[in-house]
Design a protein around this ligand. Structure first.
Ligand SMILES: Nc1ncnc2c1ncn2[C@@H]1O[C@H](COP(=O)(O)OP(=O)(O)OP(=O)(O)O)[C@@H](O)[C@H]1O
Ligand SMILES: [Mg+2]
Length: 402
């Protein structure tokens, strides 16, 4: 019954836990307060809590009835035992000393039996949850993408997409719909397109985070569907659109995911590459500054500074494939210029992919791809596309009009 109630409530409890985090995280506190969301969030929280409580209360009478019945049965047997013992000793069928010994024996046995029954109950209770866990692992294994054991090796000279299609589960239309593309080492590719046109999904396919439903993605000719993902990700640097702000020291925020090194030289190199040195030097403990104000105290960076840290993290990896998904959306123009200059300067050793809505940034790219509804609708160099009279030219004109 305990498990039944647990199951009935688990969804509400999970949502409530998540809501609690969203409603109380300092990250969103400004928005919650200034947009007067508190009342609505509390209403939600209260509704979920009341619903879970109502289920627990509804099950209480049944639990109590079972407890009452089992206790009554136990009580009847115990009373029967004492009455029988009293009768045996009172009628002289059993000597008094034996009856007294029997009382002690019954007490001891009762304690031991209770312990056995209770422990068996715990084992049964836990085994139900362990069974659920085993089912979950089976389901997870069934759903996990099955990849092979092939490995890719550095340097990665070529990454190819051949007619790749990917549709998210539960969606009707593919997010990437038959894209073919060849990228060579040293190239910078810029991806542009409207919101939801499939740019981020395309980068996920290229990095082997998602496997294509149809078509292939290959690195140096090796199909990612047959490749050990670790060998791909060891050679990937990803600055995602929504990057993590780790509650760790600044140094770890840059080196996380890379083998630890005692030498801060490469860390400072990437700090310079994203023009963050001045800000780091102003921090109370430089690279050792803890960036976890809301959890363990420490310092908070501004939005653009955090984004520079995320870019530094991608660059620090010196990857074969560097993907930057709107890496400078919060960065000031000087910082943005510096970061794109760095990308250009470091492009020779790798394949660089930049997703951006600021079309001026695509000037550094060797190849620009315009995506619409999961397909490539235009491609070429900046100067060609700017005068081609297509979507790129139209968006460029709009951005320059402003
Ligand atoms: N994790 C996901 N689960 C389900 N659908 C998704 C997921 N991520 C994206 N989508 C859907 O796939 C489509 C393409 O999304 P994608 O994030 O690739 O677009 P995008 O071009 O990167 O857009 P933006 O410019 O807003 O970042 C959208 O319709 C989106 O709703
Ligand atoms: Mg995106």
């Amino acid at each position: 019954m305990d498990r039944e109630i647990h199951f009935a409530n688990i969804a509400d409890r999970n949502v409530r836990g998540m809501m609690r985090w969203w409603a109380t995280s300092p990250k969103f506190a400004d928005e919650v307060r200034a947009n007067s969301m508190t009342g609505y969030l509390l209403h939600w929280y209260r509704t979920l809590s009341l619903r879970a409580d109502a289920r627990t209360l509804a099950a209480a009478p049944r639990t109590l009835r079972i407890a009452l019945l089992t206790s009554a049965c136990g009580g009847v047997f115990l009373v029967g035992t004492w009455v029988a013992l009293y009768w045996l000793s009172a009628t002289g069928r059993v000597p008094l000393a034996d009856a007294a010994t029997a009382v002690v024996a019954v007490q001891t046995t009762l304690g031991a039996l209770t312990q056995v029954v209770r422990s068996a109950g715990y084992v049964f209770h836990t085994s139900l949850y362990l069974g659920d866990m085993a089912d979950f692992f089976d389901e997870a294994a069934r759903r996990a993408p099955h990849r092979g054991t092939a490995r890719v090796h550095s340097p990665v000279e070529e990454v190819r997409l051949e007619d790749a299609v990917y549709r998210y589960p539960g969606k009707e239309r593919p997010a990437v719909d038959g894209v073919s593309l060849t990228l060579r080492r040293g190239q910078i590719l810029a991806l542009v397109g409207t919101n939801g046109s499939g740019k981020t999904t395309l980068t996920r396919l290229l990095a082997g985070i998602l496997l294509a439903d149809k078509g292939r993605v290959t690195w140096n000719g090796v199909d990612l569907a047959e490749t050990d993902a670790r060998s791909v990700w060891e050679r990937t640097g990803l600055v995602p659109q929504y990057f993590a702000q780790w509650p760790l020291r600044l140094r770890e925020n840059i080196t996380l995911g890379q083998p630890r090194t005692a030498d801060d030289g490469p860390v400072w190199d990437v700090v310079d590459a994203v023009a963050l040195r001045e800000a780091v030097e102003e921090l109370p403990a430089g690279l050792d500054t803890l960036l976890a104000r809301e959890i363990f105290s420490g310092v908070e960076l501004s939005g653009g500074q955090w984004q520079r840290v995320a870019c530094a993290r991608g660059l620090y990896r010196t990857p074969d494939l560097l993907i930057m998904d709107e890496p400078t959306s919060q960065v000031d123009p000087a910082g943005e210029h510096r970061i794109f200059e760095t990308l250009k300067a470091k492009a020779a050793d790798r394949i660089t992919i930049v997703v951006t809505h600021r079309l001026e940034n695509t000037r550094i790219a060797d190849h620009i791809i315009v995506m619409e509804e999961g397909r490539i609708t235009e491609q070429g160099r900046y100067d060609d596309l700017a005068h081609a009279g297509g979507t790129f030219a139209r968006l460029l004109a709009l951005s320059q009009d402003r």
